[in-house]
Write a protein that binds this ligand. Sequence first.
Ligand code: PHE
Ligand code: ZN
Length: 875
Amino acid sequence: MHLPHNHPVALSDYTPPDYRVESVHLTVDLHDDVTLVRADLSVVANHDRTKGIRPLVLDGRGLVLRCIALDGKPLTTDEYVRDDETLTIHHVPEQCTVSVSTELKPQENTLLEGLYRSGGTFCTQCEAEGFRRITYFPDRPDVLAAYTVTITADRATCPVLLANGNLAASGDLPDGRHYATWHDPFPKPSYLFALVAGDLVKVEDTFVTKSGRRVALQIYVQSHNRDKCDHAVRSLAEAMRWDEEAFGREYDLDLYMIVAVDDFNFGAMENKGLNVFNSRYVLARPDTATDADYAAIEGVIGHEYFHNWSGNRVTCRDWFQLSVKEGLTIFRDQEFSAAMGSSAVKRIQDVRYLRTHQFPEDAGPLAHPVRPETYDAINNLYTATVYNKGAELIRMLRTLVGHDAFRRGMDLYFDRHDGTGATVENLVSALAEASGRDLTQFMRWYREAGTPEIHVTGSHDADTKAYTLTIRQGVAGGEPLLIPLAMGLLDRNGNELSVHLDGEQAPLEPGRALELSRQEETFCFRGIPEEPVPSLFRGFSAPVRLHYAYTEADLALLMGKDGDLFNRWEAGQRLMTGTILQLVADRRAGQELRLPPALVEACGTLLTSGGNDRAFLAEALTLPSENLLGEQMKEIEVEGIFEARRFVRTALARQLRGELSALWDQCRPTGPYRFEPAETGRRSLAACCLGYLMTLDDPSIRQACLRQFREADNMTDSLSALTLLAHTEGSEGETALAEFHARWREEPLVIDKWFAIQATSPLPDTFARVQRLLEHPDFTLANPNRARSLILSFAVNNPVRFHDRAGGGYRLLADHVIKLNSLNPMIGARMAEPLTRWRRHELNRRERMKTELERIAREPTLARDIRDVVTKGLA
Ligand code: PHE
Ligand code: ZN
């Protein structure tokens, strides 16, 4: 008999597991050829057996089964049923031990899921459903067990043997082998299991928790990376301290281990006590990693650490609830990073990320709610919507209930659900209880896909000195959302007016948001002497698209004077977007392009009197990307956007050359590299100024850029110069690229940058170059970082070259999706995503993109991850 595997999986089908697993004993014998895994599971029935005994169904994929026993007695083949995805035992007692032995070949595992080898190191990746590739198991997050793991391996090639928890025993074995036994006392779901074995060195520190417990912090890397761990260790200690202060969360084991591997599908994994990281989120030295890399490491180290509470101690009941760990943990890491640097700049970057990645997802064929109701391929649920929109929902909840109640609600949530899997309802209920608020209406945010459109108009009555805002929410499905609207009103000199709602005793306290809960509503403010300029959705208080008819003068005022830094940036972006889109229309109409004085003036003001927050200034001076501009158009005009944006950039540089040079000069380095806010701000403003100046086609500026590339003591300055040179006509680019490759050929993370720079060049020969680079000896599709650095960078971050009208970019992408179908479908599915955006383009491109999707769909055996994306993309 074959059991059906129901796809799609539906939230409404959720039932508690029929059997629990109380403890797991794993023995893993690692060998170069065949690895043996023995699992002893103490299984307990979890259903009412008087109403019939249910079968025990274990998940398993791609496993070679050696033998299976029940309470020590081997089962004959007629006592269980096996198919591609399950093993079913029909008659099991109320309580029993199931012992399973399986064989694996990790060295042949290219999926990077389950047990695999990366650069010789054995490692595991179990989220979401990798554990079933190691042994048969009820592989679902609501089955939590205590694990004891014994690893045996050759001592010479695998001196380091790690698993979750604490080391219980270790020692020698015959034939040059050795073993280690690890015990993790905290019950956990199988997706948090981890094992690592290899020839690694350890970089160590200690952390004393707020209650005085000593925790060993250990980072394991290949020996040549020993000198690139300082920043990761420091970030970990800072994250631990921050979580104690901001959330009252303390670490719970005596040991916290992080292992860096080069081959990893995503960013990192929060396995209990033993995180496995993509090496790009661990390794950093001033000369190999940029400020952005340093910041990303800090953020991801924090993220995985914060999961220890929001994810591990309290996990998710089922994968539909993924956002209770991911949305919450992204929110926590955003707050952490904000506390480590400039919080306004962090907010700007997070919102830019959301708009670049989540808004388009939410507007296209892959759109889904933060808590989806069905899924086909679980790996495709790790999305910007679940993660980043999920984080925005938590942020809105905090705004609605207030910071104090939020903290009490989080305490309640962690306390109440410790050691179990939680749901979105559990999380929202805890916040509702702690604040005494009814948050029923808020739940709609979790159920509904799509970005709400908010239309706002204002009217001022000079006689009554009343100002009225009329706000309409356009949401799919009709029912209104509960939306926090943080706002302020500015007078014509840019002074903040006191915001006093009609009918209320006192003015709105600063930091309090208005709440929108109806389809349309009005807010009336009194004592407003003149028509004000509203500053709306301050700090991006809700993930919506705001429609308000700002004039250029309004925007210039907000840009210069708004008390909310986020909205100062936002006003500038609106001004730039409006200008560029107008130029796209002018170009279409065959008119000559001319830069409006308002933008020059606004940027000039920023350059000369924009204040001393350099990181903020750099953000404010940066034009919206081609992708973000495309987002604003009904039908994306790829060339129009590229040309108009380039025109604005060059024209601004011409007209503000003196100011840009002066500011660039003020931003020269004064000492050796340090990763700290003032310095990263200085470097990013310098790069921004140099970027404008490099559009001027001036050989002396190109020479200065080449000198910076060669002489910088750090990767940030060197790489910004290299990128500009490589993206500009002139021989310097080629020279610099060659020097860079020669210098860094032994550093894979740096070589990734070398590929990405070339893939994102706007120069006309880029497509041909990408084709050549695919044949470069350093290129491999088997390493996700490398595959992304060349192919995805090209497809996602180089619109004008990827969307070449001849369709070569699309064909190239589809070819690689097909290659990844057998090699690594998880990465293949991600690579197919850009093609699903075909509806946004003009007819010719639309047809060509669709044709490539159809070609992928015709592949005879398409992996589920890829089929899911392609099917939705064509539907
Ligand atoms: N849970 C990981 C994180 O967000 C992401 C991840 C998912 C990594 C699946 C690998 C595989 O921290
Ligand atoms: Zn996460």
